[in-house]
Every structure is written in C-alpha cells, then in structure tokens.
Design a protein around this ligand. Structure first.
Ligand code: SAM
Ligand code: SF4
Length: 467
C-alpha cells in the first residue's frame, strides 16, 4: 500500500479562496492526499493566490522563493515536492509564473481546480502543466463533496459558494478578468450541499460569491431564483440556525432580499455592503453604477426590514482623481451611516483594468494620511458598536474552545467574538450571553441560562435561532 501523500495549501485573500482551498483538499483526498499544517514535509504545496491588490500578488513570488529552497532540500533527501500555484494570480499571469519561478510544476486558474489530479499527472509526464482557460463545464458539478471527517474538522460554520464571477467591471477591479463572467449554481445543488453540511454538524452557512446578491440560479420550477428566495429555502433545512451572505453589490439589492431579512430569524442582521467612496464623481469614475444617495436609500431599505440590522463596508482611498473634497464626502458618508465594522484599502493599480490607465493623482503621503483618518473614524464607530453590547444579553453561536482553559468562543449575530466559561457541549448551540466587558474586539460575558447537570449524557440546553 502506498503511504498517504501530504498536501499543504496556503490560501491568500477572500472567503472564496478559503472555500476553494477546502474543495481542492476534497478533490485531492480522492488521490490519497491528506492535509499537513506546514510545507516542510509536504509532497504537494498549493499556493491559492489573490490578485486583488499588488501587495497580495507580490507575496506569492516571495513565498515561491522560500518554497524553492524547501523543494531543493527535499530533492537532496530523495523526496519529491511538487508546487502548484492556483487562484487569481495563476489566472492573471499564467506561464509568466513559471518563467519567474521555475520550481513551479502546476499553474491552475480558479475555474479549473477540479482538474488538479489530471494536471499533476500531466506535470509528472511533461514536467509542467498550465490551465487557465474558463472551461464550459461547471467545476462544481465535478467536485467531490467533502467527507464526513473533513466537514466535522472544519467546524460548525461553513462557506458555500453559490455564485462566481462578476459582470460589473468596476474600473479598479481584476475580478471580472480573473474569475470570469457571473455564473450561479442551481438551487437544488446548493440545497444538497447545505443539507449534507447540516447532517454533519454545521450550524451556520455563509453563502459566498464575488457579487452574491446577483445570484439567479435555476430554481426547482426551472426559473431563476433570487438570493432572497434561496435564503428562504435554506432556512428550512433542519439544523441550520444561522445564515449569512457576502459580498453584495448595492445595485443588486432586490425586494426579496429585504423581505428575507424581515421574515427569516435565521438570517443574521449584519450586511456587508461595500460602497468604496462617498463621492459621486469618484463612484462614477469607478463605474460603481450608483450614487452616494442611492446607497443611503438602500441602507434605509435594509433598516426598514429590521431595526437591529448593522452594516460593514469596503472603502478605497486615493483612487485616481480623488480630491480632498471627494475624500471628505467619504468621511461624511461613513459618519452618516455608522458602521459596525469596515475594511479600507489604499488604491492599488491592477494591470489590465481601466483605472490602471488613469493618471494617479494622490501622493503616497496623502493616501497614507487619508487611510489613517478613515480607519480612525471606522475604528471609533466599531468601538462604539462593541461597547453598546456591554450590559445586554445577546445570542451567541458557540464555535470552539478558547485559549484559556474552560473558555468557549462563539460569535454574535454581528460576528463579534464572544468568550464565556462553559462546558464544551455548548459548541454548535446558540445561547444567550450576558455581556459584561470588552477586551479589544472581543466581548466577555457569561451564559444567561443555567445549563443542565453534566452528570450522565450531556443534554442540550435551549436552542435559539434568532440574533
Ligand atoms: N464584489 C465586491 C464589491 O463590489 O464591493 C468586492 C470584491 S473585492 C474582492 C473586495 C474589495 O477589495 C473591494 O470591495 C475593494 O474595496 C477592494 N479592491 C478591489 N480592487 C482594488 C484595488 N485595485 N485597489 C484597492 N482595493 C481594491
Ligand atoms: Fe470587482 Fe465587486 Fe466591482 Fe465586481 S462588483 S468588479 S467584484 S468590485
């Protein structure tokens, strides 16, 4: 019997990459690979790359330099280590990767990783294998589902890709070029995936897609189904107590999504709705297809569905042409909306995008200064949001043991980490927690109910589903 081969995957970037990495592990499990935590003893190392900003892409080449040394060491010890580059840098750069890093054996784009077993075979026979086409076939139809053990090891919260690619073509963004056109998976396949996860202990599902609320997969009636209706269907699956989705575009928020927030207790009242800028001039140059006022109206529609709804967002500072007034409009929008959290980035020109042809007008110093001011404002909003939880009782879905003995960590509806001292049986349950303090971004508290005696078989305490 051949010993199991060891696979190490390092993933960069977004949630879609985390999900893709898991599906690569599932695909290669069928080839006798088991996951290992470090590259040192791996037979195959996959870098699952991100190309969204220059820094993310450059990290790949420095990592490949380190891996070449490991590969040479392995060869000196009579062991073969193979290196694959997957994800969006693979898609964008293709053969250029092997030119710059000849130690690489396989280059595979995000639409083709279901072909990894064949590509590894081809690399064995021919020395190299590259696949960065957008194949006609839907890769999801060819990916083996994760095994029971893998699902359990990944915990009670899982990502499920429901939509891929993007047709929006924001002028700064590489996604439409690296992930291709928008495609939605059929409802029945997603329902099967979620039911399988639920059967194996998963309690929270985050539906993911580059533009997830553009979802329009085929429903049971053969007609396109919206994200709101899909969420409604998934909320009926036994065992699923929390649903989330990311990332949404403000232009694709339809009434069914607003209704889902109104009607589904399992749908968490926390929406990531990137706006990028508060200036209409910059939004237009970015080709975002909406104004700041449109965005505010969309936020109001969400707020009308649930009083306790909160928002996070993405911002880019220093886009070509951004004046001091444009940046002030961004600060004004943030002040007006009031976010629970947000990500902000310095503009990074990406080769092949329309914005990369625009003249960069914001100096590095101004960009740094604007980013710092924006982050300070966002941080103050986030701190105020977290502090407001002190003294209240909130529902927490418990995920795992904490760092301190006897501590269990979970998340609130707003993804705030919450720590309590409690027995491990509470993992996988939503329980009320009285919050009494805050440590950086984490809430500390105690269970607001008495657990049944631990003697004998552990009985489950009350299970709640709401926020
Ligand atoms: N589809 C989402 C949307 O429309 O907002 C965003 C997807 S993108 C993977 C995540 C975030 O990266 C974007 O919201 C944007 O803030 C940031 N981003 C994308 N391209 C960028 C660039 N060229 N420079 C800086 N930040 C960028
Ligand atoms: Fe990129 Fe999002 Fe714009 Fe699509 S909608 S092009 S993924 S920023």
């Amino acid at each position: 019997m051949t010993p199991p081969r060891k696979l190490h995957i390092k993933s960069y970037g977004c949630q879609m990459n985390v999900y893709d990495a898991q599906r690569m592990v599932d695909t290669l499990a069928g080839e006798g690979f088991t996951e290992t935590a470090t590259a040192d003893d791996a037979d195959l190392v996959i870098l699952n790359t991100c190309n969204i900003r220059e820094k993310a892409a450059e990290k790949v080449y420095s990592e490949l330099g380190r891996l070449r040394v490991l590969k040479d060491d392995a060869a000196r010890n009579g062991r073969q280590m193979r290196i694959a580059v997957a994800g969006c840098v693979a898609q964008a750069e293709g053969p250029e990767i092997i030119r710059r890093a000849p130690a690489v054996d396989v280059v595979v784009g995000p639409q083709s990783y279901h072909h990894l077993p064949q590509l590894l075979e081809r690399a064995k026979a021919e020395g190299r294998a590259i696949e960065t086409e957008f194949p006609i076939q839907d890769k999801f139809a060819f990916l083996p589902p994760p095994g029971r053990e893998a699902i359990r090891a990944r915990g009670i919260s899982a990502f499920v890709t429901v939509q891929e690619g993007c047709d929006k073509f924001c002028t700064f963004c590489v996604v439409p070029y690296t992930r291709g056109a928008e495609v939605s998976r059929p409802v029945n396949r997603i329902v099967d995936d979620v039911a399988r996860l639920a059967d194996n202990g998963v309690r929270e599902i985050t539906l993911i897609g580059q533009n997830v609320n553009a979802y329009h997969g085929e429903g049971a009636d053969g007609r396109p189904c919206s994200l709101g209706r899909l969420l409604d269907r998934l909320a009926q699956i036994p065992g699923i107590v929390r649903l989330r989705y990311a990332t949404s575009h403000p232009c694709d928020v339809d009434d069914s999504l607003i209704a889902a927030h109104r009607d589904l207790p399992a749908l968490m009242p926390f929406v990531h709705l990137p706006v990028q800028s508060g200036s209409d001039r910059i939004l237009e140059a970015m080709n975002r297809r909406h104004t700041a006022a449109d965005y505010r109206k969309t936020i109001d529609r969400f707020r009308s569905s649930r009083q306790d709804i909160a928002f996070s967002s993405d911002f880019i500072v220093g886009f070509p042409g951004e004046s001091a007034e444009d940046f002030s409009a961004t600060l004004a929008l943030v002040t007006q909306i009031g976010y629970a959290a947000a990500y902000s980035f310095k503009y990074s020109p990406r080769p092949g995008t329309p914005a990369a042809e625009m003249q960069e007008t914001v100096s590095a110093t101004d960009m740094d200064e604007r980013l710092a001011r924006l982050q300070e404002l966002i941080d103050s909003q986030q701190s105020a949001f977290n502090k407001a939880a002190i003294g209240s009782t909130v529902d927490v879905l418990f995920e795992r043991a904490g760092r301190n003995v006897g501590q269990i960590v979970g998340r609130t509806a707003y993804l705030q980490p919450a720590h309590v001292m409690a027995p491990p049986e509470i993992v996988g349950q939503v329980l009320p927690v009285r919050i009494d303090s805050l440590e950086r971004y984490s809430l500390l508290g105690e269970l607001a109910l008495t657990l049944p005696e631990r003697a004998g078989a552990p009985t489950a305490p009350r299970l709640t589903t709401g926020a």
